[in-house]
Design a protein around this ligand. Structure first.
Ligand SMILES: Nc1ncnc2c1ncn2[C@@H]1O[C@H](COP(=O)(O)OP(=O)(O)OP(=O)(O)O)[C@@H](O)[C@H]1O
Ligand SMILES: [Mg+2]
Length: 221
C-alpha cells in the first residue's frame, strides 16, 4: 500500500522542496521505495532526485504540472511504492486541492515569519474546507523549517504558531542548517544535522501514527 504524503503551503519559499527531499532521503535510506511527484514548474525536488548519486541509490521522480493529470497519476502510483512524496508550488490551489484530496497526510512547512504563519493558517483553512466538501478527513500537520534555536523572534513565532487551535504543530523542527542546502544542491542523501533533524521528524510522524511503521529490511528487487 502506497502512503501518500504531500507538502503544501500557500506561501512560497517556506521549505516545501527541502522537506520533500528530506523525507525522501530518510525513507529511501531506510530501504523504502520512494517516488517524488513534483508538481512545481521550478522542479527543485525532481532536480535533486534526478542527479545520479551512486551512494544514494535510486529515488524515482516524475514531473507533473497539469492539474487535469495529477489525480490520475497519483492513482496510478498507488501500490507501486511504499511512499509517494508530492512537492507542490505555492499558490496553485487547484493542483494543491487534487493532491491534498489524494493524500494520507499533508505537511505544511512554516518558517519563522509572520507571512509563513498566515500562509500555514490559510493552508489549513483550505484543507478543512476541502475535507468538508469531499467528505474525507485530511490529516495535516505543520513542520517548522529553517528556525534558529534560541532566537527570540523564532521562539515568539513558535509560541504564536502553537497557539493557533486549528494547527497541529509537530515538535520536530527542521532547524536551520547548511547541510539541507548541501543535500539539495548535490543530490546527496542528507548528512549531519539535516539528517538528524529529519530522522527526528520521521520518528515523530511514526509515533503519532501519521505514517506507517518502519520496515526493517530492504525489499527484494
Ligand atoms: N532547515 C533549513 N536550513 C537551512 N536552509 C533551509 C532550511 N529549509 C529551507 N531552507 C532554504 O530556504 C530556501 C527555500 O527552501 P525551499 O526551496 O525548500 O522552499 P520551497 O517552499 O520549496 O520554495 P518554492 O516556493 O520556491 O518552491 C532554500 O534556499 C533552502 O535551502
Ligand atoms: Mg519548492
Amino acid at each position: 500500500m502506497t502512503h501518500t504524503i504531500s507538502v503544501i503551503q500557500q506561501k512560497g519559499g517556506c521549505g516545501k522542496s527541502t522537506l520533500t527531499v528530506s523525507l525522501a532521503s530518510i525513507l529511501a535510506g531506510e530501504g523504502h521505495n520512494v517516488i517524488i511527484p513534483d508538481t512545481d514548474a521550478l522542479r527543485s525536488s525532481s532536480l535533486w532526485a534526478e542527479q545520479e548519486v551512486a551512494s544514494r541509490g535510486e529515488i524515482d521522480h516524475v514531473h507533473e504540472t497539469n492539474d487535469n493529470e495529477i489525480s490520475g497519476l497519483l492513482r496510478e502510483l498507488q501500490g507501486q511504492y511504499n511512499y509517494t512524496l508530492v512537492d507542490t508550488a505555492g499558490f496553485n490551489t487547484r493542483i494543491a486541492a487534487y493532491v491534498a484530496a489524494a493524500s494520507d497526510l499533508v505537511l505544511i512547512p512554516c518558517t519563522a515569519t509572520i507571512a509563513d504563519i498566515q500562509g500555514a493558517i490559510n493552508t489549513q483553512r483550505f484543507l478543512s474546507k476541502l475535507s468538508a466538501e469531499i467528505g474525507k478527513a485530511i490529516n495535516s500537520a505543520v513542520v517548522r523549517t529553517d528556525f534558529k534555536r534560541g532566537q527570540i523572534n523564532d521562539d515568539a513565532i513558535s509560541a504564536k504558531l502553537t497557539e493557533e487551535a486549528d494547527l497541529d504543530v509537530l515538535d520536530a523542527v527542521l532547524w536551520q542548517s547548511t547541510t539541507f542546502k548541501t543535500a539539495l544542491n548535490t543530490g546527496q542523501h542528507l548528512r549531519g544535522l539535516a539528517k538528524a533533524h529529519s530522522q527526528e521528524l520521521v520518528r515523530e510522524l511514526r509515533s503519532k501514527r501519521l505514517i506507517p511503521p518502519a520496515i526493517t529490511h530492504k525489499e527484494a528487487a
